[in-house]
Design a protein around this ligand. Structure first.
Ligand SMILES: [Zn+2]
Ligand SMILES: [Zn+2]
Ligand SMILES: [Zn+2]
Ligand SMILES: [Zn+2]
Ligand SMILES: [Zn+2]
Length: 347
């Protein structure tokens, strides 16, 4: 084993198992396709046209793919093994290894694909960086931004402290529903719902809009006007309950605000729980973890939460460094041994 000691090796295994346990809360054996649109953890496959996969399919079906974890999306149906999925059938001819369909299934018509499915997040359109100190917050409304994630530093100047709010509505979604949100803000219950509003990009515009020429000036004026009415909203803890009270206080059920709360964004009042399979108690997590680690060399991608995957890659690089330094050739067995659990610790 080159110059890595057995104890180092085993402690690395322990760390990997710990990571895998965090990433694999349950055994990946059920595709959610047949359950239709769900609020669930979604994984984008960048090797197959940026489709969205359920948790189990990201592990079992698209094993060698470039997978990006998107965390939860509402109302999403798994694309694995549908006409949208151009992955070649597996050895046994199945399109989805879990549903075992030989013909491609009909894909969902209601799935929405924002930039997250290309691995890009926030207004700055960057890939997720696990080493960054930025906090990322998902837009709770999400109808315009496809539930995008935003760096706190990209939200605007003077971001309120994280502990002072419970949820965030981005300026794109706020702009779309400006009429309704302004009514909520000015409602007597508004102060129990909204913690802060934050103008989007205003200060920057003041700097930019120093006119240098007539042409430029008019372009910038449009821009700054455009940005001035863009604002994000930070919601207080308990906002759902108070929004429910607000809705119930509207007697006219044809009132636009009532219809907005009742029909368009009911999830702001009562959110659907994130899908989890029923616990059948069959698989102890320890067995699951060692199964996964024992499985195959491509599993490093299968257990790819974005941050943990990168941590794993770093550890693998560390593991491989001695080989590089001594000029020894790395064999497949060496990589496998990195992912395999030592025999004596498994039953
Ligand atoms: Zn699936
Ligand atoms: Zn794939
Ligand atoms: Zn599948
Ligand atoms: Zn950003
Ligand atoms: Zn949004």
């Amino acid at each position: 084993m080159s110059d890595i000691s057995a104890s180092e090796y085993i402690s690395r295994q322990d760390e990997l198992e710990q990571e895998a346990r965090e990433l694999m809360p349950w055994e990946p054996k059920t595709c959610t396709y047949e359950m239709g649109p769900l609020k669930q953890s979604v994984f984008a496959c960048r090797s197959h046209k940026n489709i969205g996969l359920c948790y189990s399919c990201s592990i079992q079906c698209h094993t060698k793919c470039d997978i990006v974890e998107l965390f939860t999306k509402r109302h999403f149906t798994c694309d694995c093994g549908t006409e949208r999925d151009n992955q070649e059938p597996g050895e046994e001819g199945f399109r989805c290894q879990l549903r075992k369909n030989r013909e491609s299934d009909v894909p969902s018509l209601t799935n929405r694909y924002g930039q997250n499915f290309r691995g890009l997040f926030c207004e700055c359109e960057k890939e997720y960086d696990p080493d960054s100190n930025d906090t990322m917050i998902q837009c709770v409304l999400g109808t315009e931004c496809n539930e995008d994630w935003y760096h706190d530093s990209c939200m605007g100047k003077k971001i309120p402290p994280l502990e002072s709010f419970d949820a965030y509505i981005c300026w794109k979604c706020a702009k779309k529903y400006d009429y309704y949100l302004k009514r909520i803000i000015s409602h007597p219950l508004g102060e129990k719902i909204v913690a802060h509003t934050l103008a989007h990009g205003v200060e920057e515009d003041k700097e930019d809009s120093k006119p240098t020429s007539g042409m430029k000036r008019s372009a910038n004026e449009v821009d700054s006007q455009h940005n001035n009415d863009e604002y994000s909203i930070f919601l207080k803890e308990g906002f759902s309950e108070k929004l429910g009270e607000l809705k119930d206080s509207i007697e006219d059920h044809n009132d636009k605000l009532y219809l907005f709360l009742n029909d368009l964004v009911p999830f702001l009042i009562k959110d659907e729980p994130v899908y989890e399979p029923a616990d059948d108690g069959e698989d102890a997590p320890d067995d699951l973890v060692s199964n996964v680690l024992r499985n195959a060399m491509h599993r490093e991608q299968a257990i790819a939460g974005i941050s943990a995957f990168n941590a794993l890659k770093m550890k693998l690089n560390e593991f491989l460094k001695p080989f590089a330094e001594t000029g020894n050739v790395v064999k497949e067995e060496d990589i496998k041994s990195f992912f395999q659990r030592p025999e004596e610790t498994s039953k």
